[in-house]
Write a protein that binds this ligand. Sequence first.
Ligand code: FAD
Ligand code: NDP
Length: 511
Amino acid sequence: MRHLVRSVPQTCPGPSSHLSPLSSAGRQNYDLLVIGGGSGGLACAKEAAQLGKKVAVVDYVEPSPRGTRWGLGGTCVNVGCIPKKLMHQAALLGGMVRDAPHYGWALQPVPHDWTTMAEAVQNHVKSLNWGHRVQLQDRKVTYFNIKASFVDAHMVCGVSKGGKETLLSAEHIVIATGGRPRYPTHIEGALEYGITSDDLFWLKESPGKTLVVGASYVALECAGFLTGLGLDTTVMIRSIPLRGFDQQMSSLVTEYMASQGTRFLRGCTPSRVQRLPDGQLQVTWEDPSSGKEDTGTFNTVLWAIGRIPETRSLNLEKAGVHTSPTSQKILVDAQETTSVPHIYAIGDVAEGRPELTPTAIMAGKLLAQRLCGQSSDVMDYENVPTTVFTPLEYGCVGLSEEEAVARHGEEHVEVYHAYYKPLEFTVAERDASQCYIKMVCLRKPPQLVLGLHFLGPNAGEVTQGFALGIKCGASYAQVMRTVGIHPTCAEEVAKLRISKRSGLDPTVTGC
Ligand code: FAD
Ligand code: NDP
């Protein structure tokens, strides 16, 4: 029988043990063992099981330093995409409530209640946790709620919350352990008084006046919805916003946020967090431009300064799996194979991969198909679309203007652009100064599209469709032959006539 688990009374071998399932018992318990039940791991496990493999998934959530814990499904479901998008939606609704009187709705002032929102969001997340468990059961994937580490290249030891140890072995092992938010190590009071995105979505009470430290996806998205919910919110940026994104678009994102009330402290880094007698947090920061220290008081300090891959507790050296000395992420090739031929790594834990749910899922599914001999397709990480869910959403696919110029030279790049006004902003008298689109193309006909950048409502929905065109090698000429859907914001993409080079005013006027 292949489908065996050796569990208590057998305990996990200590550091000096050489026990191997192959040498000691000559058998392998699973065809595939997946470590990490998040976006990539669950997708891989379910696909492999559907294709007839004996599969086990182990997942374990180490509570955050604040003690926050959650269920099966990984970052996206519990402390990422899902609660984030729902809270973003809560904030957008606030904007619609403000628009409503212009459209004839006689509304009283509507206060927002964090506790009600958080409870609803958390209940939805719990229903997704349950849904994942049911799906694993339906597909006959064995699930263990244990924290795994390698014993050797074929065997993994898992420890449950109560200390029970389980040994699992498999022919193939997939590491999909994701990452966790990083805390600063050199700032007094950072760990003691600060929280991260792992805690924010599970707060039962409003975080109140909040300082968000960091300037990338997590920082700007969280600051955006906190502002939209009516909270006094400050973002501390040490360098530039949204590093790696098109910088013109990034500036427009933060300009819009500032117009909506988010405060920005630029070029500053915190040096100390202290709790005052009244319970508030006093943050001291350095402003290199003035050379001075400054302070401010907040109810909450949210660290959004990047993520650390979950490789530290895996005992990877026991299996011979190599990691990058700089990022600590697992080194993989195009097949997602690590330095050990039967061990793979997918998703956020793998070096050089975008930290996005759909890429982790697709990589996991394709890996399962290859392992089952169903396909030889490898994941294509080119032209992955993404959206930053800031108050004015920013969707993009392909190259930024800077990247296109660096790769092809300025004289070979044509950028078409437009400032437009979403129809729904007109009656509501909303400012649309930052609603902007640009398409980065090769200059030579038929002008292959290299990148599309869209700032406006529903950017994710708009970008998804155009991503298909760009994946298929669309040219500017083909986009111009695409008939728009009127009246939408997306149709503005198919109407981009003004090139930056022409110097003409890119503001869209009329219908
Ligand atoms: P994860 O989903 O992180 O899953 C890893 C799992 O492994 C976890 O459950 C972890 O507890 C478990 N684990 C770790 N170590 C062990 C161990 N030793 N033993 C057993 N289990 C272990 N992406 C998007 O595409 N769109 C978004 O809108 C978006 N929003 C985000 C918002 C926030 C605030 C954050 C933080 C991320 C967001 N992301 C978003 C990124 C997305 O969540 C991740 O890219 C995705 O979840 C990565 O999937 P994964 O399978 O690699 O790892
Ligand atoms: P990132 O690694 O993308 O960014 C980290 C940010 O923190 C940068 O702005 C960085 O500034 C800043 N920073 C780092 N260290 C410090 C420090 N010591 N003091 C002050 N600032 C600091 O991390 P995120 O956590 O924002 O995002 C992680 C990944 O999660 C993203 O790459 C994305 O793939 C994924 N994600 C996706 C989302 C989506 O699809 N909508 C939403 C959220 C996350 P600097 O530029 O100066 O280094």
